[in-house]
Design a protein around this ligand. Structure first.
Ligand code: C5P
Length: 400
């Protein structure tokens, strides 16, 4: 509940602005007071009338509105709230924020505020991935601004990828977390993600097709519920999530070291596709074609990170979650894996090429715990992540 909390909601210009109307409704239902600020571009997408009707408040939009200044000056407006939420924040508004511009009411409030700020980016995927936007994102995060989303998916512009604004319910969860009211506030959760690369020589390596998409989505969802997230990632295709502590590794050995250094934590989720084997003695120089025939690679077994942590007698996380990516007998293999690894839950999925799950946007998982197995319908990886994060929050809420 957000009773007694005051949110200054800045609505930027983008098609996602329509979702901000639903966000206002959710905020009001949760008991929050909402003061809306609409940028000029935002007013091209949603009308002040609908915002004001839902917020039950005047909509502020003009820096030089004398009526507004007499009623409430812009500096005062920037200080009224417990939290400033910018949803959607556009690439343009992020650039203004990152460079400290105060060229309209929204950017002026953001420069003048002494209140925590949460932003929900929404833009075309190329604009999001552009070096300038990523630079601005890093600057803003460095300035302590919290970020929720963007999610990957189909975009209004017809393209596909990260750039969709987080759903209103996800923004609500992030608001709760920012106000110290998330179900995982005060909990530290570790997650491994992506593939590992095991060197053969300085230029070649053994890898796998894991994109890191599911692990990244889980880290995002855990952070949105207020968790302090340590994200240990191999070389993934997707960029790491924002608002989490990112540790980049390449090999299984490095991943184990990073995991051990990140303990203790309340829960650990092992979503990485760790190579089972490495080349026993990787060459220090590039292997050459020779007349003597093909090089023979000898393999050595990698440490099993999940098993190592699940078996810890001292300092074991209260909840250890493993993944089972299978192509045959998914349920039987995953159930056996849960016992063999000693973890509490296994999230099993079928990664046969025809499912399109590996590297795709959707997943169909079965959650296996000591109370049996539960198959979830096929859904977006973001939705799987949100559901899993909520289950982790429920489980940790019950933990002594
Ligand atoms: O043994 P398998 O690779 O099928 O088990 C999958 C689960 O174990 C995943 O949760 C994965 O992150 C974890 N794992 C690990 N270290 C390994 C191999 C797998 O943490 N060396």
């Amino acid at each position: 509940m957000l009773a007694g909390k005051h949110i200054l909601l800045i609505i930027g210009g983008g098609i996602a602005a329509y979702k901000s109307l639903e966000l206002i409704r959710l905020l009001r239902t949760a008991g929050a007071q909402v003061t809306p600020v609409l940028t000029k571009a935002g007013s091209e997408f949603v009308t002040p009338l609908s915002i004001s009707a839902l917020a039950g408040s005047k909509v502020y939009s003009d820096l030089f509105d004398l009526g507004d200044e007499a009623e409430m000056g812009h500096i005062q407006l920037s200080r009224v709230a417990d939290l400033v939420v910018v949803a959607p924040v556009t690439a343009d508004l992020m650039a203004k924020m990152a460079s400290g511009l105060a060229s309209d009411l929204a950017s002026t409030l953001l420069l003048a505020t002494d209140t925590p700020v949460l932003m929900a980016p929404a833009m075309n995927v190329r604009m999001w991935e552009h070096a300038a936007t990523q630079r601005n994102l890093a600057t803003l995060q460095g300035d302590g601004i919290a970020v929720v989303g963007p999610n990957a998916g189909d975009m209004a512009c017809g393209e596909y990828g990260p750039g969709r604004m987080a759903e209103p319910a996800e923004i609500m969860a992030a608001i709760d977390a920012q106000l110290g009211q998330g179900p995982l506030t005060g909990k530290r959760v570790l997650i491994t993600s992506g593939p590992t690369h095991e060197p053969i020589d300085p230029v070649r390596y053994i890898a796998n097709r894991s994109s890191g998409a599911q692990g990244t989505a889980i880290a995002t969802a855990l952070a949105a519920l207020g968790a302090e997230v340590v994200f240990v990632t191999g070389p993934a295709d997707v960029p790491p999530p924002s608002g989490v502590h990112v540790i980049r590794v390449e090999t299984a050995h490095q991943m184990l070291d990073a995991v051990q250094a990140a303990l203790p934590c309340d829960a650990a989720v092992f979503a990485a596709a760790v190579a089972d084997w490495r080349v026993a003695s990787a060459s220090d120089s590039k292997l050459k074609k020779t007349k003597d025939g093909l090089p023979a690679l000898t393999f050595a077994e990698n440490p099993d990170i999940l098993h190592t942590v699940a078996q810890m007698t001292k300092g074991r996380p209260a909840l250890v979650v493993g993944f089972a990516a299978e192509t045959d007998d998914v349920l039987a293999n995953a159930t056996a894996k849960r016992a063999r690894k000693g973890c509490d839950w296994i999230v099993a999925n079928d990664v046969s090429p025809e499912t399109g799950i590996m590297g795709g946007a959707e997943n169909a998982v079965t959650l296996i715990s000591d109370s049996g197995s539960e198959s979830w319908p096929r859904m977006g990886k973001d939705a799987v992540a949100a559901q899993l994060a909520q289950r982790i929050a429920d489980a940790l809420g019950r933990a002594p």
